[in-house]
Each structure stands twice: as C-alpha cells, then as structure tokens.
Design a protein. Sequence first.
Length: 320
Amino acid sequence: MAEKQQQDPAPLVSVLIPARNAANTLGETLSSLLAQSFTDFAVVLVDDASTDETREIAEHFAGHFPKGRFQILEGPGQGISNALNTGLAVIESPLVARLDADDLSESLRLERQVRIMNRNPDWQLCGTEVSVIDEAGQIIDQMECPKSSVEIRKRLFEKCCLYHPTIMFRRDAVLALGGYRPHFDGAEDYDLYLRLLEYGKIGALNERLVRYRLHPGQVTARSGRPYRMVADMALLCAVARLHDEEEPNFSEDTLANDVGQALRAELRERGFSHISPKVARHMAQRIKKSKARLEYLKGLLFIENAKARNYKEATKALLV
C-alpha cells in the first residue's frame, strides 16, 4: 500500500491582495514581496473581475515564488469585502498581511511585523506607518500612527487611524468575527478594527514599512467623501456594542440609497450621549454636506452639549 503523501505545512504568513484592473502597478507590488527579508510566506491574490492584463501579470510572477506559495483566485466582482473574504476562506496561515495591488512593502516589513506579533500575543492586529507615493512611485509625504495600543483604541473611537494595506492580523480572530462586512465597503477596514477591539488589542509599528500610493480613483479621493459617512455608521455600530445596545441595522440598500439620511435618522434615534461632542459635530457636518435636513439634529446636538455644560461645543453645534 502506497504511503500517503504528506502535505507541506502552511506558511506562517499569507499576503492577501485583492486586485481589479491593476495591470499598471501589480508587477511592482509583487516585486516588493520578492524582496522581503522574511521568507516563510505565501501570496493569495484575488483577481476580482479584472478586464485588463492583471491575471496574466499575476501568472507570470507566480513562477518567481516557491512552488505552492502563490495562489490566484477568481473574485466575485462584488466589492472589496467579498474579494477579501474569498481569499480568507482558503488561507491556512495563522497570520495574514494585507497589501493592495498598487502599494509596495518595504523589504523588512513582514520580518518586523512577525516579530512584534510574536512578542505581543494579545495583539490581534498590527499596522505600520506609511510613505505616501504618487502615481509615478515618487515619495511625496508620510503618514504616522498612534504610538501605543491604548492610544490606538482611543483614536479609533474618533476616526480610522490605521492604513489598510499595512495591517497584519491573526486569521482566527478575524474569522471568528465573520470576516469583512460587505455593506461597510469603503470603510470595511475601520469596521473590522472596531470589532477586533472587542477581541483583543491592536498595535502599530512606528516605522514606515509600506509605500501607499495616492491616485484619483481610490475610495478616499472621491467627491464628497461618502466613505466618511459609512465610517460614521461603523462607529455608531461600535458605540452601540460598547454599551450593550443592539447594533443599528444598516443594510446595503440603506447605504446605497441615502447615506446622509440614514446616518441622521440613527443619530436622532440615539442622541449623542455615548459619542464625544467633537465626533458628533463632525458627523453632523458630513450629513449637512449630503444635503439631508439638519434642523432637529442641530437642536439636539446643542441641547446635549448645553446640558453637559460643554458650552464651546454647544456653540459650535449652532454653526453646523
């Protein structure tokens, strides 16, 4: 009887890359992974309904990685969360590193993140700082992270302060939460971070280990910044969970049809008792930009701050 062939153990890290029409940048992204000092990793690339040469470029680079360490999956073409969940479903590595198909990992990135995750077993996720590059790959800026897990937690209850293409997370923790939630696309990373805070700590390396490319087509560059209102909804959900309240039921239809109106209705329902005055006022300003009516909401914001004797924020509420 022939002996059963033993399967190779899963690598310690899998790099998860969603790619849609990324032919112009994907080669440079994959080259940055070939230059990593840490070698016990695999690449899982989700070709999410590309119509350019993304697939061909990925297949070409697959031959440059060790056998069995480069996998190409067909994505459903239904948004980034569904693409990421497609990749997560096949990954067996205990650690997952995110990277976008137009960003670059510095050579020490995986090595540094693996080391810090091993030293901090209570960390469920680790981000890094970034160098900002333009479409031509030239460094034009840099972006920092909060300095400690305590500060990160505090900042996350104000806004998203980590950069999605930099993160490394524990696969089991993210799967236990159900992965990414598609109706928060545009702020799917922020929603994930807020849910992970209920599972353990989140940390960051204060090193610029990823080159983050700015270009006109990305979500955060779109006119009116609708992603910020989706992020506001993710924050409201987190605040509700924090206070053992039922999470608001934001559906994909709700967010697609009228983001501003949905957010306004939820804030009016809940009031501002659990949200910091500054964050609540910024939410109201974003609702105003969406052309939703604000008279009642402004009054509520003023009253809540006045009752708390927070007269500075009460005054600002009148100016929204």
